[in-house]
Ligand binder design. Structure first.
Ligand SMILES: [Fe+2]
Length: 267
């Protein structure tokens, strides 16, 4: 299994504070059945700005891979970032090397994060501009954005314009509360989600939880949906195209009605 969003690199954000904690988190990933992760430390976040940090991310990734090898932990780490949407994002990208931005594993896919309370003005334009530049933005955990959770049609507009979206494993298993859980399932059921990822920060406090999330997906949406999400993570790593969710996750009518019934969906 591949995880495309987590905070496994130590000492750079609110993930592990040292190498021991990073290795513990890596063991947790392996126990979860994960073989490959893309490390995505915060970038341009109000608390974890990490300006021009792409070299630091790359160096920590290299060091972590070395340490994993020495410790005999079978996990492969790639470099990435979770980039907070900000006014200078496009300029930073245009600056190339000096802009400090990284896509996911040097692919065309960029993980972007919205603030939790709202969708900043200009987000639709940002998606449009990134796509013109050949970058496909992936919206991290839309279910935890209050505006998108209350009005998934807003997410649909971003997806219709070419963005992709990633739901968090723990949101699907209820760790963030009933409201977030419901929003997460609604988005999955409506074909607005393309990836499931852990957003893991800590081996015990906020771990990977991917296996459990996939079990729930299978239960509620059928095995096709599990294959769809897992395959997309691999396609991303291969820098290949991702198929629209609506086509592939429309599992069986039975699975759809279960989700609809469970959360009172109209569609
Ligand atoms: Fe994150």
């Amino acid at each position: 299994m591949i995880d495309i969003h987590n905070h496994i690199l130590p000492g750079i954000d609110d993930g592990p504070t040292n190498w021991d904690e990073a290795l513990e988190l890596a063991r947790n990933a392996v126990e979860n059945g994960i073989t490959t992760v893309i490390a995505t430390p915060h970038h341009a976040h109000e608390l974890y700005n990490n300006p021009n940090d792409h070299r630091q991310v790359e160096s920590l990734t290299e060091q972590l891979n070395e340490r994993l090898k020495l410790a005999g932990i079978p996990l492969q780490v790639h470099s990435g970032q979770e980039i907070r949407v900000h006014q200078d994002l496009l300029d930073r990208w245009d600056e190339g090397e000096t802009g400090g931005l990284l896509t996911l594993g040097y692919t065309q896919y960029m993980l972007i994060e919205l603030p939790s309370s709202r969708v900043p003005e200009g987000t639709e334009e940002l998606v449009y501009e990134l796509i013109l530049k050949g970058i496909i933005p992936i919206i991290a955990h839309p279910e935890r954005n209050r505006e998108l959770a209350n009005d998934p049609e807003q997410l649909r507009r971003l997806v219709d314009n070419g963005a992709l979206a990633q739901v968090t494993a723990h949101a699907l298993t209820g760790v963030f509360g009933r409201g977030v859980e419901k929003a997460a399932w609604m988005m999955c059921a409506q074909g607005l989600i393309h990836f499931v990822a852990s957003d893991a920060h800590h081996a015990t406090k906020r771990s990977f939880g991917l296996r459990e999330a996939y079990e729930r997906i299978q239960e509620k949406m059928g095995v096709q949906a599990v294959h769809y999400y897992k395959r997309n993570a691999q396609l991303l790593l291969d820098n290949a195209s991702i198929q629209p969710a609506a086509v592939t996750t429309a599992a069986t009518e039975g699975a759809w009605s279960k989700v609809k019934q469970l959360f009172g969906l109209r569609k």
